[in-house]
Design a protein around this ligand. Sequence first.
Ligand code: APR
Length: 311
Amino acid sequence: MTFPKVTVVGAGQVGATTAELLLLHGTADVVMVDVVEGVPQGKALDLMHLRSIERFGPSVRGTNDYSDTAGSDVVVITAGLPRKPGMTRDDLLAANSDIMRSVITQAVEASPEAVFVCVTNPLDIMTYLAWRESGLPHERVLGMGGVLDSARFAFAVAHHTGAPITEIDALAMGAHGDAMVPMPRFTTINDVPITDLLPAHEVDELVERTIHGGAEVVALLKSGSAFYAPAGSIVAMVRAILGDTGALLPSCVRLTGEYGIDDVYLSVPARLGAGGVQSVPELPLNDAELEALQSSARTVAASLDAIGLRA
Ligand code: APR
């Protein structure tokens, strides 16, 4: 049986967990690339030892050489530094920009037809940078932020209300950071918006917990940042792309006028399938929600302009 090919750049916490989930789901053959010699090879070997226990079909290899990644269908980029306690995602900007530039150039050369899913923080800036450097159509360069933020919102709602996680649908849009825009009116328990179920101050607390969900993990871990839920979020996106499902997943995409926002990458619900982003159907936001999203976009745009990334 042949499988699609997915390259995961960065064999750290997020990258290796992504590889593991891709294998366990039987989604794709995986190539892990890292700058550190031995680490991707060692983790790949460990995962191949798992194969006879879990009985998964696809295989994984580790490498330091992009020629091994050639012809990938999807490339996931997790290379870069994670946050330490007290750091914002923006504190990673300078170091991770250099890493992203080097990675995207080599990865696109090896797999010019691939869809690229960026994960490295600060996400909205790094995804824009990857798109600019790649020279690819923006539909083929996207970022993982909204799926994770929405999952954190769902957790906050479940934890607060006791409702089963399976009955909750949550949505967070906007920047993957402090300017995130969780959407309570589009967050439901059994299809009933939480704005109809909870007092406003409780909704506000859940929104705050969602925005700081990643920092909560960082503070507890003390070294490194979250990786289980990020990896699961990546894999949900990769499966939609490879399966050409058209699933509507909150994804960091380049907006070109949707919601009155132009030339900024940030998370909005987007249909994912073959070729990456297939469409960005606009949600019927009310005035306050639209203003919050546009304000989030202005924050991202200001960061892009501060480093001279936009034309
Ligand atoms: N090319 C390939 N891999 C690289 C490069 C590079 N130029 N530079 C660094 N790496 C690798 C590191 O060697 C390390 O193995 O990226 C990996 C990052 O792994 P971790 O330090 O464990 O970080 P992780 O928790 O996986 O987070 C990675 O995702 O969520 C974001 O903020 C997070 O930006 C960070 C990224």
